[in-house]
Design a protein. Sequence first.
Length: 390
Amino acid sequence: MPSLRLAPASTSDFRNLAERRLPRQLFDYVDGGAYGENTLRANVDDFQKLRLRQRVMRDVSKLDTSVDLFGTQLAMPLALAPVGLGGMMARRAEVQAKRAADARAVPFCLSTVALCPVDEVAAVSPTPFWFQLYMLRDRGAVKEILDRAKAAGVKTLVFTVDVAILGTRYRDIRNGLSGEVSGWGKLRSGPLSYLLHPDWTYDVGVKGKPHTFGNLEKYVPDAKTPADFAAWITSQIDASVTWKDIEWLRSVWEGDLVIKGVLTPEDAQEAVNAGADGVIVSNHGGRQLDGVSSSIEALPRIAEAVGDRTAVLMDGGVRSGLDVVKAVASGARAVLIGRPWIYALAARGEPGLVAILKNFEAEMKVAMSLTGARHVGEITREILDVSSRD
Ligand code: FNR
């Protein structure tokens, strides 16, 4: 393997570095997927199967990767996806992520179950960020959390709808992190605690520092350990939610509403009927139902069905700027990346995340220049070799 000490070049280089730095349990929590991880693999592999059509002699001396999304100009059609407990992978990781996202002019989306609360992230800069919501049984708590997000300047709410029940990840079970009560508790104070890097201990509340459960801190009854937190969150997930609940959500949230976790045209249609400003074609990074189609496979039909009425975004398996271009050509207004930003942050901190975002932008430019797309509007189906699609 080439030395990675000087300059990790690709997402897989950052992944390798993250694997060396993180305790196995944490790396597997980020890296793994549900059951046999077939959908997780398909998310990545299906991008590799798509072929671009090379076009030349088109004056590509000026390339513009920027887009307008939800009223904001972005440097490229990409956002950092919400990652629960992402704060365990680097010190105050969500704050570092917000700073890196600001530096590269892309949005950061804070998870409901982030370790840094919404106010701490907002204090980084006045640049708006997105907030992701899991519907909790306690609607009073949901309303308060949304009020806090709004007060912190959040204008885009990402409502995740593919976690009616938590998916089963074999790696987490084998590592004792299955989400059952003992798992995370062991990580904090039991036999696994020695694995935690000193930089991370503040985040998980060891060494006498207070625990922080981010946005949910004040709602977790008697939260003493991350184990209590995990048990509470599991009990709080509201599986009774239907499209009707969007009405309630609309009554307490005036900003943009984006539905995350749609994988069929029928559900995308429901989201549009419910008044969604956007949908995210997503299988939760292959972490929920193994065996569903990859996101890039599901995308074109959904974009065709609702793309003229709502912003169709996608995530799952995006590992380079070339993938971003393929996703946009397949009908996405923008993509989100999950694992890549965590790998980069775990590997090299904030500079690592800035570097990987620079890579994505540079890779986009190469793909655009050699397919003859001078700006994002010119990234259309024409640049895809359709025979690679089926
Ligand atoms: C996630 N994802 C996720 N999604 C969400 O809406 N809320 C959350 O709290 C989390 N938590 C979470 C933790 C970890 C460790 C991962 C890897 C993912 C899903 C995430 O937002 C996104 O949909 C996928 O990560 C996209 O796939 P890639 O880019 O990781 O392949």
